[in-house]
Design a protein around this ligand. Structure first.
Ligand code: RIB
Ligand code: CA
Length: 307
């Protein structure tokens, strides 16, 4: 069994990534930590708790930071829905998280499984940065850290050059990227190129007919409308699930190792993952950057998870 801890700003794509991990037979999800991002913290917490219950799993879910380290929270409810789960009327309230703060849960789980724990991050990096600030040695105790965030090459989704998770809390991302963690970054460029589903492809999954198959498609309602209208995509894309797929089976993607730095400015200088492809900075490479993915293998993994 491989041990995972997942940090998430649980909305409609995060939930699919959680299903994939929770339904993977050789993965033991030790904890889920929730951070504000797509939706306010309280809603993300309920979305994660609902998804764990739907999978019949008993994984502790912890509440973390309700806002970025230094900046005001910017949500993405226009992308995923007011409740983050497509506003389709799911009962996303009234479930109780585990006691304690997510940053402390991250520290406790990583220290209890030092050298044998994979950290997967699906939202802004506020909780992870906070844990690292409290205990910098954590970085050397995580086997691998898979981050959905940034842009490996190409355009952003919040500004022309920035991706949402990094842009929401750039200071946290800078702390994490400079921490010494063994980082594999799956940027939004991988999602829109290799993890986009048009109506036919979405229906092929939904027609598997299980409650989870219907769930993972139906909650993408708002994301589908937004992606087609604003992101010029043929349907919805699944950034967190393709990142989870890489964590479950790293051969799903191809990677190149580069120096990656995060900008913490304002406006167009906010939250950019600057990938030094030519090594012109002379700085030590610190990130395995995903440069391509196997769409068919990803779809097969997703279908197995919901069958
Ligand atoms: O930019 C995409 C990322 O931002 C995904 O993790 C999505 O869930 C949002 O958090
Ligand atoms: Ca997310």
């Amino acid at each position: 069994m491989r041990k995972f801890i997942i940090d998430t700003d649980t909305a409609s794509d995060d939930a699919v990534a959680l299903v994939m991990a929770l339904r993977q037979p050789d993965i033991d999800v030790k904890a889920i930590t929730v951070v504000a991002g797509n939706v306010p913290l309280a809603q993300g917490l309920q979305n994660a708790l609902y998804t764990v219950e739907l999978c019949g799993a008993s994984v502790p879910v912890y509440a973390g930071c309700a806002k970025p380290l230094l900046r005001n929270l910017e949500t993405a409810q226009e992308v995923h829905g007011h409740d983050g789960m497509g506003d389709i009327g799911l009962p996303l309230q009234g479930r109780a998280p585990a006691p304690g703060h997510a940053a402390d849960a991250l520290r406790q789980v990583i220290n209890a499984n030092a050298g044998d724990i994979t950290l997967v991050t699906l939202g802004p990096l506020t909780n992870v940065a906070l844990a690292l600030l409290r205990e910098p040695e954590l970085a050397g105790r995580v086997s691998r850290c898979f981050i959905m965030g940034g842009i490996g090459a190409g355009h952003g989704n919040v500004t022309p050059t920035a991706e949402f998770n990094i842009w929401v809390d750039p200071e946290a991302a800078k702390i994490v990227f400079e921490s010494g963690l063994d980082i594999t970054m799956v940027g939004w460029d991988i999602s829109w190129q290799y993890a986009t589903f048009d109506a036919t492809q979405a229906d092929e999954i939904r027609r598997l007919g299980t409650p989870l198959a219907e769930f993972v498609i139906d909650i993408q309602k708002t994301l589908t409308d937004f992606s087609m209208r604003e992101n010029a995509l043929a349907g919805f894309d699944l950034p967190d699930p393709i990142t989870m797929a890489a964590a479950i089976d790293p051969s799903i993607c191809k990677y190149e190792r580069y120096r990656v730095d995060v900008t913490t400015g304002a406006g167009l200088a906010r939250g950019i993952t600057v990938v030094d492809r030519l090594g012109v900075t002379g700085r030590e490479p610190n990130v395995n950057v995903a440069v391509s993915a196997d769409h068919a293998a990803f779809v097969e993994m997703l279908k197995r998870a919901v069958s």
